[in-house]
Design a protein around this ligand. Sequence first.
Ligand code: ATP
Ligand code: MG
Length: 389
Amino acid sequence: MKIPKEAENIIRLLADNTHDAYVVGGCVRDTLIGRDPDDWDITTDAKPEEIKKIFHRTIDTGIEHGTVTVLMNGHSYEVTTYRVDGEYSDHRRPDSVSYTDNLIEDLKRRDFTINAMAYNHEKGLVDAFGGQEDLKKGIVRCVGTADERFTEDALRILRAIRFSAQLGFEIEANTLKAIGLHGKDLPAVSAERILVELNKTINSAHPENMRLIWEWGLDRYISEHFYLIKDASGLVPGYQGSWAALMRDNTPDEVRIVLKELKSDNDTLNRSIALVTEYKNPLPETAVEVRRILNRIGPELFNALMDMYESSGVSPEEIDRLMEIKSGIMIRGEAYTLKQLNITGNDLLSLGYKPGPQLGSVLEGLLEEVLEDPTLNSFDKLQKIASAM
Ligand code: ATP
Ligand code: MG
């Protein structure tokens, strides 16, 4: 298995100091299936204090659960001591963690078989729970008894759905059944963690796997008003999903309520509300209507809107036609914002208009004319129109 030079160095330095160390978890999984890992995590029998003695540049990322970040060549690697989790009493975090010198014990606490493999050049792949076989079969399966693993930490429910969506995997039958049983524990999980998993699911290769949330009755436990979303039919195989697509049939107010509950960032909130609002309008037909949409939501959201229409059944030919109208507008530089008008507020002032809200409405009126007929966007014509207003 090919692993980054820095990870090799970290493992070698730990070995030079009599410690075992492996790359572990997501990076092993992704490498085995030919995906590029986001990050490389290392697991070792060295304790945090020992890790810090061996490496010069470290950050105490989560030292209370054994994680130290090692900085090397401008990259950072999380190095975590082999760990076993104590009792779980809040359906989210272990009450305590303790160290072990047994790698298998560490792998056993991990969520899914495909995430519970470790590798180093010396020992090769350590796969004690059939992770490789499940990777081959395309299965998300809990390590150990699914029922217990989801009772311990309800976040794993959403992680199972997320990995199934990212990898296009099935969820193994017992794991699936346990998802249904433990949805009720989801309120123990913070909105932030829920949002991370839902975002990864919606933005995955198989956003339609969000349907599992409704199939297993999880929608009632994700957040107070999440049930207002009726199903996942807005997320269609082969299309990049988005919150707006998921909530296309909800009201803008409902979109706001749900995304606020999930502590979404304002940018996503505003974009989603704008798209859902716009989606309720009839499909545009003419260039004038396309320019009006561009005026309301801008060119980037226009593309997202077209994706929403296409995934709701509008023919690809019609979408292509509208995208061409849009490209034409952009290429010809036709105005759809006040900024693009060939007359400014200052121009109007020097023509004798008084400052104030009236000036704004004159400009809006001019833009309205130009949206209808782009050939009117010259200083002379706009000046004439203004004086007749
Ligand atoms: P990603 O590609 O999103 O980073 P990942 O598998 O690396 O996926 P992380 O959240 O980075 O996921 O976690 C790293 C590893 O830690 C996982 O592969 C898994 O072994 C373990 N892990 C993470 N979260 C949990 C959890 N809630 N319960 C059990 N094990 C977990
Ligand atoms: Mg990771």
